[in-house]
Design a protein around this ligand. Sequence first.
Ligand SMILES: Nc1ncnc2c1ncn2[C@@H]1O[C@H](COP(=O)(O)OP(=O)(O)OP(=O)(O)O)[C@@H](O)[C@H]1O
Ligand SMILES: O=C(O)c1ccc[n+]([C@@H]2O[C@H](COP(=O)([O-])O)[C@@H](O)[C@H]2O)c1
Length: 210
Amino acid sequence: MTYIVENSHADLSLPGSAPGMRIGLFGGSFNPPHEGHRLVSRQALKRLGLDAIWWLVTPGNPLKDHSELKPLSQRIAAARQLVDHPKVRITGFEAKHGFKYSYDTLAYLKQTLPGRKFVWIMGADNLVNFHKWDRWQDMAKLMPIAVYVRPGATHSAPFSPAAQAMARWRVDESDAHDFANRPAPAWIYLHGIMSDLSSTQLRQAAKGRD
Ligand SMILES: Nc1ncnc2c1ncn2[C@@H]1O[C@H](COP(=O)(O)OP(=O)(O)OP(=O)(O)O)[C@@H](O)[C@H]1O
Ligand SMILES: O=C(O)c1ccc[n+]([C@@H]2O[C@H](COP(=O)([O-])O)[C@@H](O)[C@H]2O)c1
């Protein structure tokens, strides 16, 4: 699998932060970014009472084929064009450090930015496959994880191997407002408005127009 580390024109710096801030980390391919991503961001900001959410535009999901993956700089630019929210920051900093796996990213952030209250955010489809991620159990010990519903995975996600393994650490949705203060491991499954948009669908639509 090719691992794309094209970054010559991308802004790879980390957003500013201060101890005590509640920061959501929303990793993604964003190939391309879409309204579903914005929805998850808005919901996470509101429901979890976050001070900021950082979109970590990955150089390449290690479990995905990269043949259709647009260069990092283009995905970052598209995300910045889509999102205009004072609490949302878009960064490609994983590429600067050569981080391929989320565990390495999270371990680095915890070590270099102590005192921040980080929460990992992902759609329900990613919880379904979370047990295939590198060091996923260690990752769950690093910071709380918020999962947002997504069509196609809404019902299967809570029965996935990782969800079952982490069952005793599930936090009730009614405690979402305080979730960022929880020690890891902890995870929460957030239900709400859903978007059936996907980057796959948008790429296919774009191909159809060519
Ligand atoms: N419509 C959506 N509803 C909820 N979560 C979503 C939605 N779209 C994407 N996400 C979540 O956003 C994060 C980034 O997703 P990603 O950039 O891979 O988009 P995608 O639409 O899933 O892409 P693709 O179709 O190429 O797999 C992931 O955690 C994913 O689960
Ligand atoms: O670390 C892993 O093994 C791993 C496996 C699959 C996905 N991820 C990360 O999960 C995030 C969501 O990926 P994606 O492609 O679904 O947008 C993104 O930050 C990826 O780097 C990480």
